[in-house]
Design a protein around this ligand. Structure first.
Ligand code: CP
Ligand code: NVA
Length: 309
């Protein structure tokens, strides 16, 4: 049994295995419908319990289909319906029940410590479906999408992130170190990665660059990423923060500094950080990006349950 909480805790070889497995499985499903089960049904009889403390559309649906396609089933819990939040039942007791009834637990939380606390008491794997500090299933899936489109290993590509220093960027930074790719970050000085993340960046290979000018970050990029300036539960002066990011909005002009065949990715939902022209353009691969979450999460589930081929 293995947990999937943060990319930096998972060996690079294991992350690569997950991507390879997802590729094989996706190809094998060519003609199947969303709810058709993979021929080998490797998770037959298994229950995924998912709980969302924050809103979700893509993660919820993609995990639902992922476990179904592997032959298992899912139950989605709302935290406000559990004794955990309402009646003060402990995480330890909740974890015990989850472990007896389910086979894997996926948690989207507004508190990183909760993932660790659950991990301590669960005897089944836990998957981080987004926390304030990271979004690992999203980024692993995005690497899959990039390699699928570019038909090259990500280590041979230049990746740019133009936007806020948030959970998604933190996982992209961890991925840059694990998969050894160049990552250029463009953001206002005030919104650069925090001290802990900077320490992590500096301790590792010198492939990550930070610019306060979006054009420098976009220069020579094969992939340009962005995300909402205001994340869920972001406790800031929204108007002020949005103003500071105005120059960082992704438009045709900014993309002209990237490579000609660059692609645009965004985990969604979106805000004003990208204009409609770029979002709807041929460079934008956001729908393929969202759909691939199903395939990669299937292989993450298999990895956690020691069933990766
Ligand atoms: N990208 C992503 O995680 O989307 P949801 O918040 O809709 O799950
Ligand atoms: N950074 C965003 C990602 C949403 C999928 C947030 O945390 O709200």
């Amino acid at each position: 049994m293995r947990h999937f909480i943060n990319l930096h805790d998972i060996p690079a070889g294991d992350l690569r295995k997950i991507i390879k497995d997802a590729k094989k499985r996706k190809t094998l499903r060519n003609r199947l419908k969303n709810l058709d089960v993979d021929l080998d049904a490797p998770l037959k009889g298994n229950l995924l319990i998912q709980m969302f403390e924050k809103s979700s559309l893509r993660t919820r649906l993609s995990f639902y289909l992922a476990i179904k396609q592997l032959g298992g089933s899912t139950l989605t819990l709302r935290p406000d319906e559990l004794h955990l939040s309402k009646g003060g039942e402990s995480i330890a007791d909740t974890a015990k029940i989850l472990s007896n009834f389910g086979n894997v637990f996926m948690l989207r939380t507004d508190n990183d410590a909760k993932l660790e606390e659950f991990k301590k008491y669960l005897s089944i794997p836990i998957i981080n479906g987004l926390s304030p500090s990271s979004h690992p299933t999203q980024i692993l899936s995005d690497i899959f999408t990039i390699e699928e489109i570019k038909k090259k290993q990500i280590s041979k590509l230049n990746i740019a992130w133009i936007g806020d220093s948030n959970n998604v960027l933190n996982s992209l930074i961890a991925a840059s170190i694990k998969f050894s790719f160049v990552l250029k970050i463009g953001c206002p000085k005030k919104y650069q990665p925090n001290k802990n993340i900077m320490k992590y960046i500096n301790k590792n290979k010198n492939k990550i660059f930070i610019y306060n000018n979006p054009r420098q970050a976009a220069h020579g990029a094969d992939v340009v990423f962005s995300d909402k300036v205001i994340s869920m539960n972001d406790k800031v002066n929204k108007k002020n923060k949005l103003n500071q990011f105005k120059k960082f909005r992704i438009d045709r002009k900014l993309l002209s500094f990237a490579n000609k065949d660059c692609i645009f990715l965004h985990c969604l939902p979106r805000g004003a950080e990208v204009d409609e022209e770029v979002f709807a353009s041929r460079k934008s691969k956001v729908w393929q990006q969202a759909s691939n979450r199903i395939h990669v999460q299937k292989s993450i589930l298999l990895y956690c349950l020691n069933k990766l081929r």
